[in-house]
Design a binder for this molecule. Structure first.
Ligand code: KIV
Ligand code: ZN
Length: 387
């Protein structure tokens, strides 16, 4: 209705007059860079086997992700082997490396065609972590990029902790480097949508290069900040499945892609119907289940219990659903519990071919309300049978 949508996903979103405010001017395809296998695996307690990493990479590829960060080959020989194996089967991969020859050589050995080079640029990291001056960091960046490019690698460069780095220093670096993409990490998640918007706008004053953003979720802002980056003109976004990653994680693939369709005039190559399976698989192998009330992939994201809501949903799902769950190939769930009304019980029973009188439904509802808990369909059917 309102916007350009190359995949025809627009009909799945039930947005309002004001919900697309701030966009309008953006009409382009946003490239999706997934770092589940690298930043995602840096989640405390998460470690994927080679097979699991390979499976995730294949599923990401199948879902239409544009660039898959396969890993950090300098971490170990096993990691190098895994990245190499993924690179054998998938073209659109990249590998992480610090700005040193040893790390870059490991990426070359892994057969990656794209290298993601990073080094911190904020004064706090320079002083307490790298113990280097700005000039020393600058030289390291120039030399590493030159070395990587001379080996035929495409380069994505990240000034780590970019959002706390001195802007003049970043301008000096960005003007001096020859890379395919500059990625701006909000490494400790300290941005908000307004500051992120102005940050990327500022960067765009001095570069025409492809810009990417990488937002961490320390204040729960990762998805919003990623969107703000897009509003300011970012071309690519770095995300992870289920938002896993260092500390509170990264912007989640599912949320960011859904928001791109919900709020912007932009589009992606992602096949929305693949996102649920991807989320479930990563959840099973990472041991991290999305919280029940997490947007898009949480168990409750498309569940309805309260009587008024269920009545609305039955009449027209657009009353209480911002997004039609069918876009993800999943069904909405009507849950029966103490907030339920007759309509929910009638709806569930009739969808199973069971027809009851109003008195019978009232009776069933009374029994369930006495339980003072949410019950599943099986339980409901048992109550019906007992009656
Ligand atoms: O958060 C971060 O700064 C990173 C970089 C390596 C891109 O993950
Ligand atoms: Zn990160």
């Amino acid at each position: 209705m309102y916007f350009y949508d190359s995949r025809g996903y627009g009909d799945f979103f039930n947005m309002g007059e004001y919900s697309r405010m701030g966009y309008g001017q953006v009409r382009k395809k946003i490239s999706i860079f997934d770092t589940t296998l690298r930043d995602g695996e840096q989640t405390p307690g998460v470690s994927f086997s080679m097979k699991e990493k390979h499976n995730i990479a294949m599923k990401l590829n199948d879902a239409g992700v544009n660039i898959i960060e396969a890993g950090f080959p300098a971490v170990s020989s096993d990691e190098l082997k895994t990245v190499k194996r993924i690179n054998n089967d998938i073209d659109n991969t990249c590998s992480l490396a610090r700005c040193n020859i040893k790390d870059i050589d490991r990426v070359i050995e892994s057969d990656s065609s794209i290298i993601h080079l990073f080094i911190a640029t904020s004064d706090i990291h320079l002083q307490y972590k790298l113990k280097m001056s700005r000039d020393q960091v600058f030289d390291k960046i120039i030399n590493s990029i030159e070395y990587a490019r001379s080996h035929g690698l495409k380069v994505i460069f990240s000034p780590e902790d970019a959002t706390r780095s001195n802007m003049d220093f970043m301008e000096r670096i960005i003007r001096a480097i020859d890379v395919d993409t500059v990625n701006f990490p909000d490494t400790i998640g300290i941005m908000n949508p307004m500051s992120m918007y102005y940050f990327i706008k500022k960067i765009k004053e001095f570069t025409d290069r492809k810009i990417s953003v990488h937002c961490h979720n320390d204040f729960g802002m990762a998805t919003a900040n990623t969107l703000a980056g897009i509003m300011a003109g970012a071309d690519e976004v770095q995300v992870t499945v289920n938002g896993i990653g260092e500390r509170a994680g990264n912007a989640s693939l599912e949320e960011v892609v859904s928001s791109i369709y919900g709020f912007s005039d932009s589009c992606t190559d992602i096949k929305m119907e693949k996102l649920y399976g991807l989320s479930r698989y990563v959840s099973s192998v990472s041991g991290i289940t999305p919280q029940k009330n997490k947007a898009i992939t949480g168990e409750n994201a498309f569940s309805h219990e309260a009587g008024i809501h269920v009545q609305g949903i039955i009449n027209n799902p657009k009353t209480y659903e911002a997004i039609n769950p069918e876009i993800f190939g999943v069904k909405r769930r009507i849950v029966i519990g103490k907030h339920s009304g007759k309509a929910a019980v009638k709806y569930i029973l009739e969808s199973r071919g069971i027809y009851k009188t109003e008195d019978e439904i009232n009776n069933i509802l009374k029994i369930i309300k006495n339980e003072n808990k949410t019950v599943d369909d099986e339980y409901l059917l048992q109550v019906v049978k007992n009656e």
